[in-house]
Ligand binder design. Structure first.
Ligand code: NAP
Ligand code: ZN
Ligand code: ZN
Length: 348
């Protein structure tokens, strides 16, 4: 018998999220049932419920930054026990047999991984995300939260943390490397903290200097306003790596590419609905690369959680009740987030 649980759902692309109930499947033999403690609000939740990325089946519960406690395990579960502190990120399954899955990179599953929300699940239902009290997830897609990380701080690491950790690791952010982070929001502030913890020299490129003191406190060495044209002349040919977290396509990408030094790479993790115009001439100079990166594998997500525990990296969070979700969305859209909203699941 599926269990009915409280949740907050979007009824349509244009209406506010509302309190509702959803059905969670029975705990299967490989599943764990998680009592959710906290769920982070990612900008992707807003893109998705508002239809930015295409049609959605409503009502839809979003949320893919989930932290909670195991309250039941299936008969074949070996990795987790009741009482364990666990997390769930952006994906809950993958095909497990394609080249990328076999290489341990389920996030790049060639058949498309099963996303935590708004994906067709194995049983044909649409997955419903973490803005709810409980979730049932296959043990292979569940992460272990280190003791040093409180539940509410763990939640944003499950998407914002891994999405920035993965490209920083892949493109070798570390001592001697100059890394720029564009946009000091949920992803951006964790990118700054993680890159600094890896030993890179970090610069924030923000729309204004209003968050400069924060950026420097998070570990950045420099902080520039992109509204000032002088920033682009002063920083030309400077960075080995630029992580672009901006959620809008309304940004002159070629100007940012001009800031890369020889063999530098600009990695887009921001996911705007509209295409970004790239001039090949901006890539010819300095043999520059323009790349993308999507979340991270399960193994790398565990590595990231352990890294954050070891290095004391934690997100700056504002804990809210479920009734504040719609206001929080408006604040995220106004770039007025400091720096991640996290919903207390007791309020669903
Ligand atoms: P967020 O908290 O809203 O942060 C985005 C930041 O971008 C803002 O705080 C703002 O920083 C800057 N910004 C916003 N609009 C801008 C504009 N028009 N021009 C210049 N800068 C602007 O969002 P988030 O949760 O970090 O997510 C960021 C993006 O990453 C979203 O598109 C999300 O869907 C995507 N995402 C992708 C992945 C992936 O796997 N690739 C995973 C998670 C999220 P300043 O005020 O400092 O300029
Ligand atoms: Zn996300
Ligand atoms: Zn696969």
């Amino acid at each position: 018998m599926p269990t009915t649980v409280n949740a907050y759902a979007a009824p349509s692309a244009t209406e506010p999220l509302i309190a509702t109930t959803i059905e969670r499947r029975d705990t299967g033999e490989n599943d764990v049932l998680i009592a959710i403690r906290y769920a982070g609000i990612c900008h992707s939740d807003i893109h998705l419920v508002r239809g930015d990325w295409g049609p959605v089946t409503y009502p839809q519960v979003v949320g893919h930054e989930i932290a909670g406690e195991v309250v039941e395990v299936g008969s074949a579960v070996t990795k987790f026990a009741v009482g364990d502190r666990v997390g769930v990120g952006c994906m809950v399954n993958s095909c497990r047999e394609c080249e990328n899955c076999l290489a341990g990179m389920e996030n790049y599953c060639l058949k498309g991984n099963t996303q935590t929300y708004s994906s067709v699940d194995r049983d044909g239902t649409i997955t419903q995300g973490g803005y709810s009290t409980h979730v049932v997830v296959d043990q292979d897609f569940v992460l272990r939260i280190p003791e040093a990380i409180p539940y509410e701080a763990a939640a944003p690491l499950l998407c914002a943390g891994i999405t920035t950790y993965s490209p920083l690791a892949h493109w070798n952010a570390g001592p001697g490397k100059k890394v720029a982070v564009v946009g000091l929001g949920g992803l951006g502030h964790l990118a700054v903290k993680i890159a600094a913890a890896k030993g890179a020299e970090v610069t924030v490129l923000s729309q204004s200097l209003s968050k400069q003191a924060d950026g420097l406190a998070f570990g950045a060495k420099d902080y520039y306003a992109t509204s000032d044209p002088a920033t682009f002349t002063e920083l030309a040919n400077t960075f080995d790596l630029i992580i672009n977290t901006v959620s809008s396509a309304d940004l002159d990408l070629n100007a940012y590419l001009s800031l890369l030094r020889l063999d530098g790479t600009l990695v887009n993790v921001g996911a705007p609905a509209q295409p970004l115009p790239v001039s090949v001439f901006a890539l010819f100079g300095n043999r520059r690369s323009f790349a993308g990166s999507g979340i991270g594998s399960i193994a790398e997500t565990q590595e990231m959680l352990d890294f954050c525990a070891e290095h004391g990296v934690a997100p700056e969070i504002e804990v809210i009740g479920a009734e504040q979700i719609n206001d929080a969305y408006e604040r995220v859209l106004r770039s007025d987030v400091r720096y991640r909203f996290v919903i207390d699941a007791k309020t669903f």
